[in-house]
Design a protein around this ligand. Structure first.
Ligand SMILES: *[C@@H]1O[C@H](CO)[C@@H](O)[C@H](O)[C@H]1NC(C)=O
Ligand SMILES: *[C@@H]1O[C@H](CO)[C@@H](O)[C@H](O)[C@H]1NC(C)=O
Ligand SMILES: *[C@@H]1O[C@H](CO)[C@@H](O)[C@H](O)[C@H]1NC(C)=O
Ligand SMILES: *[C@@H]1O[C@H](CO)[C@@H](O)[C@H](O)[C@H]1NC(C)=O
Ligand SMILES: *[C@@H]1O[C@H](CO)[C@@H](O)[C@H](O)[C@H]1NC(C)=O
Length: 435
């Protein structure tokens, strides 16, 4: 009798835990919860006592037993699931802004292998739709949408993201996912549906020919993977993602990637020529109207990046062991070392696949090897902007992004000569917090 009582109590607790898992379970649970009220105290008289006597559907012991064994099995599944979480499923969010090398760093995780589900810029769709519908002016609404979509995606749920994809997927099938081919997880055999003749194939995969993307298949594949990673250049404030860090279903690791704002501007002036035509004109004129909207925008961007980093480096309780700051310049100069550090921080194994991808993509070509070491080659790339950005523009960036440059250890230049003097490094050695 006593043993049975104990068992039923255990089940009761268990039922409360898994209440939301399933309707049947939740109905049973409600009945048990009712029996737990003070008016009907639970007596130590075995399983039969907790049966809802007035309800015909649960009067036979055999039915009750089968209900309990179902619960027990579900509970086993639940504890297995929990074990997977505690055994080390990680959710990596690579946060950056455009032209900071985030596609390159994203590959560190995209190349991890079969244990990783990687998504490349899923928030592109969210930004696009919010811009179309509201001009993208409501920062609060955007931040909430970004956060909610990221949270769902980390749980392999594509439904909210789907609502932002244009045209709206039909039966979870889409040809419109932004750069599907940049997520190797979306091009694996298990996510590759057959090619349909005559159907638009713009988003086919690099490695194999696939039909339109079936997001149900993507979700199933995601659930099978041990780790999940997302790269995004769209989150403005780290603080907005606090609910993700506090979600008990997730073990989120934020990696913030930053780069010298002067180099970012130089790179954007080339990559986004139309959008940056004012800056190009100012570069030619040698004059920058300091109160222009474009300059204010630059300052706003720098402030957002700095505020996020300040919170991260301060390590409040909700971010403890969850935040890492990485400079693009350090990755360019020491890719293997930085990648190893990032993997160690994330708490996942650094695979030979990642290692060989990094080797292949950072070493000087065969002809030049011996002449150019990896480091020398990459260092040159890192410093290139110093010869394309006029001193006048660099000065403006230093003026509006001063605190940001300082925080990340980028040296100010005081003259045209200093800017273009390669013997002077503009990158201070700086060690940020590491676990
Ligand atoms: C018994 O429980 C079932 C399932 O919850 C419910 O549909 C039914 O209405 C209940 N019957 C009585 C008599 O309460
Ligand atoms: C437990 O998990 C397995 C595998 O995921 C599934 O096939 C089975 O139906 C689950 N059992 C219950 C009772 O939910
Ligand atoms: C912005 O979005 C938030 C959250 O959806 C909403 O509460 C608020 O009213 C919106 N503000 C404006 C000015 O539309
Ligand atoms: C998409 O994938 C799911 C899961 O594999 C499958 O049940 C469904 O039939 C697929 N949809 C189409 C249209 O092929
Ligand atoms: C430096 O490395 C990049 C990337 O592998 C390569 O494209 C480039 O040609 C190299 N430059 C020099 C000078 O070796």
């Amino acid at each position: 009798m006593r043993i049975k009582y104990t068992i039923s109590l255990v089940f009761f607790v268990a039922l409360v835990i898994i209440e939301k898992e399933n309707n049947i379970i939740s109905r049973v649970s409600d009945k048990l919860a009712l029996k737990q009220t003070p008016q009907t105290p639970l007596q130590p008289s075995g399983l039969s006592h907790i049966l809802p006597k007035h309800n015909a559907s649960f009067t036979t012991l055999s039915k009750t037993n089968s209900a309990f064994s179902l619960i027990k099995r579900r509970l086993e599944n639940y504890s297995q699931h929990k074990e997977v979480v505690t055994r080390g499923r990680k959710h990596i969010l690579l946060l950056a802004t455009t032209r900071t090398g985030s596609s390159f760093v994203g590959e560190f995780f995209n190349q991890q292998g079969n244990n990783m589900f990687f998504l490349f810029e899923p928030l592109w769709h969210v930004e696009k739709m919010l811009t179309l519908e509201t001009g993208g002016t409501n920062a609060t609404a955007s931040a909430k949408a970004y956060r909610d979509v990221l949270q769902q995606l980390f749980l392999c749920d594509f439904s909210l993201l789907e609502s932002f994809i244009e045209p709206l997927p039909v039966n979870h099938i889409t040809t419109g996912l932004f750069r599907r081919e940049s997520s190797s997880s979306l091009c694996q055999e298990s996510v590759c549906s057959p090619v349909i003749k005559g159907v638009f194939e713009r988003y086919r995969c690099r490695t194999r020919r696939c039909g339109p993307l079936n997001l149900t298949m993507a979700s199933e594949s995601c659930l099978q993977k041990e780790h999940r990673a997302i790269k995004s250049v769209r989150v403005r404030q780290l603080e907005n993602l606090r609910p993700l860090a506090e979600d008990p279903r997730l073990d989120v690791k934020f990696i913030q990637l930053v780069r010298d704002p002067r180099a970012v501007l130089a790179s954007r002036m080339v990559a986004f020529a139309a959008k940056y035509k004012n800056w190009k004109q100012w570069a030619i004129d040698g004059e920058v109207p300091i109160d222009d909207d474009e300059v204010r925008k630059l300052k706003g961007n720098c402030d957002n990046i700095r505020l996020s980093a300040e919170i991260g480096l301060r390590q409040p309780a909700w971010l403890r062991r969850r935040y890492m700051l990485v400079r693009y310049e350090d990755i360019a100069r020491f890719p293997m070392r930085k990648a190893t550090e990032m993997y160690r921080f994330a708490g996942i194994p650094f695979t030979p696949q990642v290692k060989s991808w990094i080797l292949k993509n950072t070493q000087a070509s065969k002809e030049t090897s011996g002449v150019y070491s990896t480091q020398k080659n990459s260092s040159e790339q890192v410093e290139k902007w110093r010869f394309s950005l006029p001193f006048k523009i660099a000065q403006v960036v230093q003026k509006v992004c001063g605190p940001t440059l300082k925080l990340f250890g980028y040296k100010f230049v005081s003259s045209e000569e200093m800017l273009t003097d390669k013997s002077i490094s503009l990158i201070e050695d700086k060690v940020f917090n590491f676990v």
